[in-house]
Design a protein around this ligand. Structure first.
Ligand code: 4LM
Length: 402
C-alpha cells in the first residue's frame, strides 16, 4: 500500500520538504534512501520487455530513471507548477538535452541576446553548426520578438534575470506572442528559482535550471533540472537525455539537491534581503559607477521586477568608476568574499564575467550581449551582512593606495 502524501495543495516550503516522498513507504526512513544502483532486476522476461516498451511502470536502467532521482523530479515539478521534472548531470546537460530533443536542422531558435557564456557557446558554436538557425533578439522589448518570429521558429529561449547583466524579460508578454505563433518558450530560472519566479505559471512551456546554484545552495555539486509537460519531459527523457547526451544525474547528487531545496525558501529570502542591503550600499559608494540589481528603484526594469518576482534574489552586477583595472585591484583586495565563479552558495562569491564566465565570447560578442569589460558580478551569500559590507568597504578603501 502506498502512503504517498498528496501535498499539491500545500505551501511552497511544505512541498519543498515533503513532495514525492513518504517515509512510511521506506521503513520510516525520514530522508529518502539513495538508490545507488545502475540497473533493476525483472521478475520475468515479459516484465522487462513491458518496461522497455513503456507498457508497464517501473525502472529498468538508471540512465532513464532512478527512484531517488524521481523524488527530486516530482518535487521540482511541484515547486515550478509544472506537470513533470527531469534531472540532469548539470545545467548544461539540461539545456543540451532539451535542445537536441526539440530542434531539427532548418528550425530557428530565438534567444535573448544576453545568455550565460557556455549556453551562448552551445547555441552559436554547437547547434548552429548542425543547421539550426540561432537568432539573437533583445527580448526585453517584446515588440522585437513580434517583428521576427516566423513559421521557422521552433523555440524562444531566455534567462530572467540574465547572466550577468541582470536584464529581465517579461515572461507573460513573450509567451503570449510565441503561443500565438505556435512556438514554445523555455526560461532559464537559475537566478530567480521558483521561490521568486515561476515561469510556467506565467505561460512558459519549459523551465531550465542549473541546480548547481541556489537549488543545491551549498557549492558542493553540479546538477541540472528541466520542468515541463508530461509529454515533453517524456520525449526529452527518451531522446535528448537517454540517447543523445546521456547527461543523467547521479542518485547521490539528487539526494544533495533535495537537501538543499528543503531550505530554498528561507535561503532566498535571506540572500535577497542581504543583497538589497549590499546593492543600496554599493550604489551610494563614490567608487561605484553603477549597480545592476532588480530590487533597486534605479534599475531600468524595476516595475517589471516588482510584477514578476516575489523578491529580487541574491545576485547583482556593478562597475567601478576606475574601470577594469580598479575592478581587478578591488577584487584582489577582498579577504572574506571568495573570488570564484558560480553563484547561489552560502559563501559570497565574486567574479569578472569578461575574463571568466563569458570569456568564451569574443570581445565583439560580449559588446553585443551587453557584457562590458568593467562588469563585476557578486553573489551574496548567507554570512552576516555587516561582514560582507566590511570586506567590500575595506577593499574599496584600499584602492586609494593602489
Ligand atoms: C556561472 N553558470 O555563471 P552548470 N544557466 C545559467 C548559468 O548561470 C549556468 C548554467 C546554466 C555559471 C557557472 C560557472 C543561467 C552556469 C550552466 O554549470 O552546467 O550546472 O549550469 O558562474
Amino acid at each position: 500500500m502506498s502512503h504517498r502524501r498528496e501535498t499539491q495543495d500545500q505551501g511552497f516550503a511544505t512541498r519543498a520538504i515533503h513532495e514525492g516522498y513518504e517515509p512510511l513507504d521506506e521503513q520510516g526512513a525520514l530522508t529518502p534512501p539513495v538508490h545507488l544502483t545502475s540497473t533493476f532486476a525483472f521478475e520475468s522476461v515479459e516484465q522487462g520487455a513491458a518496461r522497455f516498451a513503456g507498457e508497464a511502470p517501473g525502472h529498468f536502467y538508471s540512465r532513464i530513471s532512478n527512484p531517488t532521482v524521481e523524488i527530486l523530479e516530482k518535487r521540482m515539478a511541484s515547486l515550478e507548477g509544472g506537470e513533470a521534472g527531469l534531472a540532469t548531470a548539470s545545467g548544461m546537460g539540461a539545456i543540451t538535452a532539451l535542445m537536441w530533443s526539440l530542434l531539427r536542422p532548418g528550425d530557428e531558435l530565438i534567444t535573448d541576446n544576453t545568455l550565460y557564456g557556455c549556453t551562448h557557446a552551445f547555441f552559436y558554436h554547437g547547434l548552429a553548426e548542425f543547421g539550426i538557425h540561432v537568432r539573437p533578439v533583445d527580448l526585453s522589448d517584446p515588440a522585437k520578438l513580434e517583428a521576427v518570429i516566423s513559421d521557422k521558429t521552433r523555440l524562444v529561449y531566455f534567462e530572467t534575470p540574465a547572466n550577468p547583466t541582470m536584464r529581465l524579460v517579461d515572461i507573460e508578454a513573450i509567451s503570449e506572442i510565441a503561443h500565438r505563433h505556435g512556438v514554445q518558450v523555455a526560461v532559464d530560472n537559475t537566478y530567480a528559482t521558483p521561490a521568486i519566479t515561476r515561469p510556467i505559471e506565467r505561460g512558459a512551456d519549459f523551465v531550465v535550471h542549473s541546480a548547481t546554484k541556489f537549488l543545491g545552495g551549498h557549492g558542493d555539486l553540479v546538477a541540472g533540472i528541466l520542468v515541463g509537460s508530461e509529454a515533453d519531459m517524456l520525449k526529452v527523457r527518451l531522446t535528448g537525455l537517454k540517447d543523445f547526451t546521456g547527461a543523467v544525474m547521479s542518485p547521490f547528487t539528487a539526494f544533495l539537491v533535495m537537501r538543499g531545496i528543503k531550505t530554498l525558501e528561507i535561503r532566498m529570502a535571506r540572500q535577497s534581503a542581504s543583497a538589497l542591503e549590499v546593492a543600496r550600499w554599493l550604489e551610494k559608494h563614490p567608487k561605484i559607477k553603477r549597480v545592476y540589481y532588480p530590487g533597486l528603484e534605479s534599475f531600468s526594469q524595476y516595475q517589471l521586477a516588482r510584477r514578476q518576482m516575489n523578491d529580487f534574489g541574491g545576485v547583482m552586477a556593478f562597475d567601478l568608476t576606475g574601470g577594469l583595472e580598479a575592478a581587478r585591484q578591488f577584487m584582489n583586495h577582498l579577504t572574506l568574499i571568495c573570488r570564484a565563479v558560480s553563484l547561489g552558495d552560502a559563501e559570497t562569491l565574486i567574479q569578472h564575467p569578461a575574463s571568466m564566465t563569458h570569456s568564451v565570447l569574443t570581445p565583439e560578442e560580449r559588446a553585443e550581449h551587453g557584457v562590458s569589460d568593467d562588469l563585476v558580478r557578486l553573489s551574496v551569500g548567507l554570512e552576516t551582512v555587516d561582514d560582507i559590507l566590511d570586506d567590500l568597504s575595506k577593499a574599496l578603501d584600499n584602492l586609494k593606495e593602489a
